[in-house]
Design a protein around this ligand. Sequence first.
Ligand SMILES: NC(=O)c1ccc[n+]([C@@H]2O[C@H](COP(=O)([O-])OP(=O)(O)OC[C@H]3O[C@@H](n4cnc5c(N)ncnc54)[C@H](OP(=O)(O)O)[C@@H]3O)[C@@H](O)[C@H]2O)c1
Length: 317
Amino acid sequence: MASQDALRYTRIPVAHGSGAAPAVGFGTLIPDPVVTKEATGTALQVGFRHLDCAERYRNEEAVGAAIQEAFKAGTLAREDLFVTTKLWNTNHRPERVKPAFEASLRRLQVDYADCYIIHTPFAFRPGEEFHPTDAQGKVAYDTGVTLLDTWRALERLVDDGRCRSIGLSDISLEKLREIVSAARIKPAMLQVESHPYLPEWELLEFCREHGIILQAFAALGHAMEPRLLDDPVITGIAKRVGKTPAQVALAWAVQRGSAFLTTSTNPSRIRENFDISALPADALQEIRDHIKTNVRFNAVVETGVPGFIPRTPQNGR
Ligand SMILES: NC(=O)c1ccc[n+]([C@@H]2O[C@H](COP(=O)([O-])OP(=O)(O)OC[C@H]3O[C@@H](n4cnc5c(N)ncnc54)[C@H](OP(=O)(O)O)[C@@H]3O)[C@@H](O)[C@H]2O)c1
């Protein structure tokens, strides 16, 4: 049905920037560069038009190569694509922001970024090492720079014209409020973990009020325990509407007004994750009312060190 299928082409206007961001996004957090290129190429072929990248993923070249192949094949033009990349924690010092941004654009082989995001609000000791540590082996933070200093440097990138919008990630509502009130150029995008086990309704409401796109990562629960895709509410709805549990979780994300990122290296799952259709209103309500599990899978918000938390019987996770 045409109106249902339109869900996958949803675009959310970028209130603080230009254009519109496809709500359906493909994340490129894939360790192997060869696999990254293949998966990104498949994602573009099946219809994904929003790519999420980061200098820390160390694979921007592979993503860039996949984009170039699509351009050469004539299947895609730059303006069809929304490319986001992220500033890593070791580059928060204002003088490091522009070089880091330009290096990302070079690796991605694009002239501009649709969105540039501060990967986490935690500044690490500047340098080439992505995860600097002190003498005790603990994370070496940089106390000589504030998040607002870094934000001001991102604002200047927008002024320069090669960055169309800027955003934040892994930040609390409290810190987000501070940046929103101080910013000359407001955040366009907020990338945070979110799925039916971590709906972040309060953040979503704040974003809605302030014209910020909430972009959910780990939209499928990162295939971790407790498995969102085995949740009886999700599987029950999937059976009823003739879609897969993943498609139910992703449709829910778009229909409640957020954008999402999902990642797969498996071509049929990449297609499945694009092939979403609108759920009936009662299914959306059922997810809201009947899912009681509340889990955060990624601890990055606490320390700035990304990582999905392994769940073992010992730590009860
Ligand atoms: N800002 C941040 O700090 C941050 C942190 C984490 C992630 N991210 C971004 O968000 C993106 C997505 O995050 P994520 O990888 O956690 O997302 P996710 O899609 O929730 O999890 C990916 C996992 O789910 C599996 N999967 C994918 N599609 C599936 C399907 N249809 N059915 C069953 N299993 C499926 C994948 O396995 P297969 O590959 O085997 O299909 C993979 O193990 C990342 O690539 C990155 O761009 C940002």
